[in-house]
Design a protein around this ligand. Structure first.
Ligand SMILES: [Zn+2]
Length: 243
């Protein structure tokens, strides 16, 4: 597991802290720990297939989110974040150049397209930062959460980035060009926001209303940044000019 013994796990059913998920007996028998608070297994998912865990996470089950966010050391959030930003940049870039003929021999146009890709990536990164910043600021300022210091903040940022995994669905949307519609992209966005909200709710153990408000605030901040960039006099506005 690679986890320190002093680290504290959480019961996936009732969110109570637990010192261990299973106990190793010397004769090779593993026994799953029972929660003292709810009398259920602390983490039933340690026996489950990763595919089942993924399906439960897609269904936004609280237990699956608790398992992934508290009881695993899954450390792919920054890589996943960059990958999702690449997907998003590619989608924006292909929306911009989709109607043009490919295989253009003129080098200067190729370089212009590359620059468009980098600026699409930069913009997507800026918007994601605005989203996370807005949501975290709301939780800090409006609800008084996150005063616990950096460990809680780091846990929440990891949860926010991991719960953006739905953005990889943009890849099929790009592959089946012309098939994607604003509805399809809207549904992906809705799915990502739902996961974000559930991640916040699990980490802070707060009400659904608070986590939804935080996500809405993040979305508002992201939209403001996107609109501001669109109005800037640089060529960045061309990247966002989908029409
Ligand atoms: Zn419990």
């Amino acid at each position: 597991m690679g986890r320190m013994e002093t680290d504290i796990f959480r019961c996936v059913e009732c969110n109570e802290k637990a010192p261990e998920l299973h106990r190793d007996y010397s004769n090779g028998i593993l026994k799953i720990t029972i929660c003292e608070s709810c009398q259920k297994p602390v983490d039933k998912y340690i026996e489950y297939d990763p595919v089942i865990i993924l399906i439960d996470a897609i269904l936004c089950k609280t237990q699956a989110f608790r398992h992934i966010l508290f009881n695993t050391t899954l450390d792919i959030h920054w890589k996943l974040c960059v990958f999702c930003l690449l997907c998003e940049a590619y989608l924006r870039w292909s929306l911009l150049h989709g109607s043009e003929q490919s295989g253009d021999p003129a080098d200067i146009i190729r370089y212009a397209k590359e620059w468009d890709f980098y600026s699409a990536f930069g913009l997507a990164a800026l918007e994601l930062s605005a989203f996370c910043g807005g949501a975290l600021w709301f939780l800090w300022a409006a609800t008084g959460r996150l005063r616990g210091g950096t460990p809680e903040l780091r846990l929440l940022l990891r949860a926010l980035l991991l719960s953006c995994y739905g953005k990889v669905l943009l890849i099929p949307a790009v592959i089946w060009e012309h098939d994607y519609s604003p509805l399809c992209l809207g549904l992906i966005k809705l799915f990502v926001l739902t996961s974000n909200s559930q991640a916040i709710r699990v980490i802070l153990n707060c009400s659904r209303r608070v986590s939804l408000a935080a996500v809405c605030f993040g979305l508002l901040s992201e939209t403001c940044v996107a609109q501001a960039c669109r109005r800037l006099p640089w060529s960045v506005q061309d990247v966002l000019a989908f029409d």
